[in-house]
Design a protein around this ligand. Structure first.
Ligand code: ASP
Ligand code: MG
Length: 450
């Protein structure tokens, strides 16, 4: 195990000069931090996604490009010696301009990834220079040399062994004498094409990089002081959690507690790397440690809410006492790379929700080709405007009595797709979007504020 620490800073943590300077203080305060993974400056990836979707109106395109330039110019203006960095930044912005023009004629997933990766490529130039100006021996590194992925543009999968090999050869030697500043979110396929790991993917990148260099710890710096019992914007009495297990935190991330990209903990867990989550704005507030072994394992740990759910219900009489029906359904879904999240079944129907993992935003869609193939087998009904509520805790499948408490609290709400029992760590269901916040508020009051 390397004796160093990887620190990741999210978009809001590097939003402007002041924010980046706070990151610098955090880095200075921990001499073990040798590797810094950065997101794009806040708002940049959204602008790039807009351009990548193809903006044919030239004036609108110019406005978007101007906004991008402004965000970065404002930081460059605060640097003491910005000349070289500005040159690098402007080279990338030129690339953005030509790719945006190409996208306005015809977009593709490959082009999109190349374009949206530019946010991180730029922010790391600036952050590295800012650190150097404060006397830190910082160097920027292009992570595309190391983070090898497949070519599933928009949500590429990492090649873990190759990434580890490349990190050992190219990245580790640099970390010996430098603080290396590199990009989250992006990688490259075997042909050198730029890929991305999906929106919010820089947490995942940081964990993959921490794994590849066998780091001692991973710090995720964001805009909230750690993980809370639920989103404090929904329930104001939500409380911070000082320490939480990998399994509980993974459930939370999976169920939409937006604090971590859902895949982040997979590499950390594989290598048992403790993960810290805190706010770069208020580092003095502390944060949450996610570890293998924790002091306490309460029955109820947290509540998560994930909206924009797409529920697909498949019905067929042929399912009655038949075998192989579900196998066929999942074969079709697998063929069209549709990732399924929750499932409930009855004798002649199965309901499932679709996973949201790509860069597009909005509710996940069932691809038309998949729908057509499914319709040869059964009826297909699609419902939206649903939210997933998840109660996360410990030993839930072995405890008694609390289902009454949960469902009693929500007795006037229509609960759909109740899933319970497969994991000892959660109980979850869907509710209509219009009552989702209320469901969280009521449950939080009943289960966490007593
Ligand atoms: N910049 C990317 C995004 O906004 C990745 C990240 O911030 O995690 O999705
Ligand atoms: Mg982010």
């Amino acid at each position: 195990m390397s004796s160093f620490n990887v620190a990741k800073f999210g978009g809001t943590s590097v939003a402007n000069f002041e924010a980046m300077s706070r990151c610098a203080v955090i880095i200075e305060n921990n001499p073990n931090t040798k590797l810094v993974v950065s997101s794009a400056c806040s708002g940049v990836t959204n602008l790039l996604v807009e351009l990548a979707n193809g903006v044919s109106d030239e004036q609108m395109r110019t406005e978007l490009l101007q906004k991008l330039a402004n965000i970065h110019d404002a930081i460059l203006a605060e640097l003491k010696d910005a000349t070289e960095t500005a040159n690098e930044v402007y080279k990338i912005l030129d690339t953005v301009t030509s790719l945006a023009e190409a996208a306005s004629i015809q977009s593709s997933h490959k082009l999109t990834d190349h374009l949206v990766a530019c946010g991180e490529l730029i922010s790391t130039h600036i952050l590295a220079q800012l650190l150097r100006e404060r006397g830190i021996n910082a160097v920027r590194f292009d992570i595309r040399q190391v983070l090898r992925t497949d070519d599933n543009f928009g949500k590429a999968e990492p090649d873990v062994p190759q990434t580890a090999q490349l990190a050992e050869a190219l990245l580790l030697p640099l970390c010996r004498d430098h603080v290396v500043v590199t990009q989250g979110f992006i990688g490259s396929d075997e042909h050198g094409n730029t890929t991305t790991l999906g929106r919010g993917g820089s947490d995942y990148s940081a964990a993959l990089i921490a794994e590849a260099v066998k780091a001692e710890g991973l710090e995720i710096w964001t805009d909230v002081p750690g993980i809370y019992t639920t989103d404090p914007r929904i329930a104001e009495k939500a409380a911070p959690i000082a320490e939480i297990s990998f399994s509980e935190a993974s459930e939370m991330a999976n169920f939409g507690a937006k604090i971590l990209h859902p895949s982040t903990l997979v590499p950390a867990l594989r290598h048992d790397i403790p993960v810290f989550v805190g706010s770069s704005k208020e580092p003095e507030k502390g944060g949450t440690w996610i570890r293998h072994q924790v002091q306490s394992s309460p029955l109820f740990r947290a509540l998560a809410l994930r909206c924009n759910q797409t529920m697909v219900t498949l019905r067929s009489d042929k399912m009655f006492h038949a075998y192989g029906f579900l196998a066929k359904v999942f074969e079709i879904l697998a063929k069209h790379k549709v990732s399924v999240d929750l499932i409930t079944t009855s004798e002649i129907s199965v309901s499932l929700t679709l996973d949201q993992t790509d860069t597009s935003g909005g509710a996940p869609q069932l691809p038309i080709a998949a729908r057509e193939e499914l319709e040869q087998l059964c009826t297909v009904e699609i419902e939206q405007n649903l939210c997933l509520v998840a109660l996360i805790g410990n030993n839930m499948s072995e405890s008694r009595g609390y289902a009454k408490q949960v469902f009693g609290t929500l007795e006037d709400m229509n609960l759909r797709m109740i899933c319970f029992g497969a994991s000892p760590h959660n109980l979850c269901f869907l509710v209509h979007e219009s009552v989702s916040r209320q469901a969280i508020q009521k449950l939080h009051k009943e289960l966490f504020e007593a």
